[in-house]
Design a protein around this ligand. Structure first.
Ligand code: F0G
Length: 467
């Protein structure tokens, strides 16, 4: 029998101790943080699944490259290595470094969009949407119907609805669509991939209409690996060859190197258009920095240069996708409702199905996230009614897995905590807001559990500060 156990494809050279807390301490921390996990000090968290962005562990090769960082203001050697590495995969003529993904977005939309324009995307991430809207354009989400149903299993739920794209271009006119975007993988839609076939179809529509296609490439390697696993004709191609093929279908990209760049900070903006690139570099100089560093240190450019190559290694991607799926499969086999199938970087709990007794205006996602923290010190993030208000189509709790940070026993612990909360789900209380900011309220909102007359529930779940 061949060996079937999949192990982490690395050994650990440097460790960071975890900080344990008691249930009483966590109850107190929750009250102090007004039941909003963004407001928790990180050292009160045992397993931090708030985000997979900038939270990964770097390799020995990356740390070694960091020592080679050339901190020259202009013409740094580290920039050459960064550009060569990025071009080897992405293939675009111009590579503009930025301090993270949203800086690339801000520059891109400032240069390419104006008031009244429409930017179609499979699903905009929240910073992407905010940057499109900031220049007065409309951010339009065009996911396929399969992508909107949490429990529906489909290999490429991240796909764009191509017929809807054609309809939009026909209706508003190509002159009002300065670019089309594809987010790979589709973070807001559950970390789901886009198929090569869909990318080809979107690219063909764009080329026919003379509209540039840009990728939001944050998790490009995970998307490439899903194509290898799930799409006919790609079984024997390398993830790198698949990534190169994807990017050839577009005209540029934005990238947060904090995800599939395997770096703790950084990003970039790519384009094949010389005129656009010049305008982008001019804006870059205004707020980010000179075009050979773009707001990053030379050592950051080195870490990214190595990271974008390492992330395409098959051993790594196999472990990454399988280990995320391990969490999803174990809890869904026990009946816990999740977005199906498991995504690349995260598992999304369906809080409306988990807590059907809590109406959406009582924030089932916030209640569930608070319970996971109380039970086992796990920090997750609500993506639902608190984040999007009445516009929320789903109430999800995202468990994002930092890259190369936690081992299988950490994940076994997470599974156990989720199943404990699942057992006592009927006794979990809804929440009410006690403070909200006028925009992006989820970062600073204050909440408290609703009052109850059930004494056993009251003791399980401590009330607000004044309670
Ligand atoms: N696009 C996508 C699809 C993202 O997921 C993110 C960040 C960005 C753009 C912006 O990149 O953070 O480097 O400015 N997502 C993080 C998350 C914050 O937790 O999902 P950034």
């Amino acid at each position: 029998m061949p060996i079937r156990t999949i192990i982490e494809p690395f050994r650990i050279k440097s460790v960071e101790p975890l900080h344990w807390t008691t249930r009483e301490e966590r109850g107190r921390s929750l009250r102090m943080a007004y039941y909003n996990l963004f407001l928790l000090p990180a050292d009160e968290v045992l397993i931090d699944l708030l985000t997979d962005s900038g939270t990964g562990a770097m390799s020995t090769h990356q740390w070694a490259a960091i020592m080679e960082g050339d901190e020259s203001y202009a013409g740094s050697k580290s920039f050459d290595r960064f550009r060569n590495s990025v071009q080897g995969i992405f293939g675009y003529r111009h590579v503009i470094p930025t301090h993270q993904g949203r800086a690339a977005e801000r520059i891109l939309f400032n240069v390419m969009c104006k008031k009244g324009d429409v930017v179609p995307n499979n699903t905009h991430f929240d910073t992407t949407r905010a940057n499109v809207e900031f220049v007065g354009a409309e951010a339009l989400d065009l996911p396929v119907a399969e992508g909107k149903q949490p429990s529906f299993v489909h290999p490429f739920k991240g796909n764009m609805d191509v017929a809807a794209l054609e309809e939009v271009i026909g209706r508003v006119g190509r002159g009002r669509v300065p670019l089309v975007m594809l987010t790979i993988t589709n973070n807001s839609g559950g970390g789901q991939p886009v198929s090569m076939e869909n990318m080809q179809a979107v690219s063909a529509v764009c080329r026919r209409n003379g509209i540039p296609l840009y990728f939001d490439a944050c998790r490009f390697a995970e998307n490439a690996y899903f194509i290898k696993l799930r799409e006919q004709g790609y079984e024997s191609k390398t993830p790198k060859a698949i990534a190169q093929e994807m990017f050839q279908l577009g005209d540029g990209c934005t990238m947060s190197a904090k995800k599939d760049g395997l770096a703790n900070i950084g990003g970039f903006l790519c384009t094949n258009d010389d005129v656009i690139a010049q305008q982008e570099k001019n804006l870059l100089i205004l707020t980010e920095g000179y075009p050979t560093y773009g707001g990053l240190a030379g050592r950051d450019l080195e870490a990214i240069a190595v990271g974008v190559e390492e992330v395409l290694e098959e051993d790594y991607l196999h472990y990454r996708i399988v280990s995320t799926g391990y969490l999803g499969t174990h809890i869904s086999d026990a009946g816990v409702p999740i977005v199906q199938p498991p995504g690349g970087h995260a598992i999304y709990l369906d809080a409306r199905a988990f807590l059907p007794h809590i109406p959406t205006e009582q924030f089932p996602g916030v209640a569930l996230a608070a319970e996971l923290y109380l039970e086992g010190g796990i920090r997750s993030v609500e993506i639902g009614s608190l984040m999007f208000g009445a516009a929320a189509k789903m109430d999800l709790v995202r468990l994002a897995i930092p890259r190369r940070v936690y081992t299988q026993s950490h994940i076994d612990y997470v599974i156990e905590v989720i199943l404990e909360v699942w057992k006592r789900r009927e006794r979990i209380l809804g929440m009410r807001l006690t403070y909200e900011a006028p925009f992006l309220r989820h970062f600073t909102a204050r909440l408290e559990p609703l009052p109850t007359t059930d004494k056993s529930v009251e003791s399980q779940f401590p009330r607000g500060l004044e309670g």
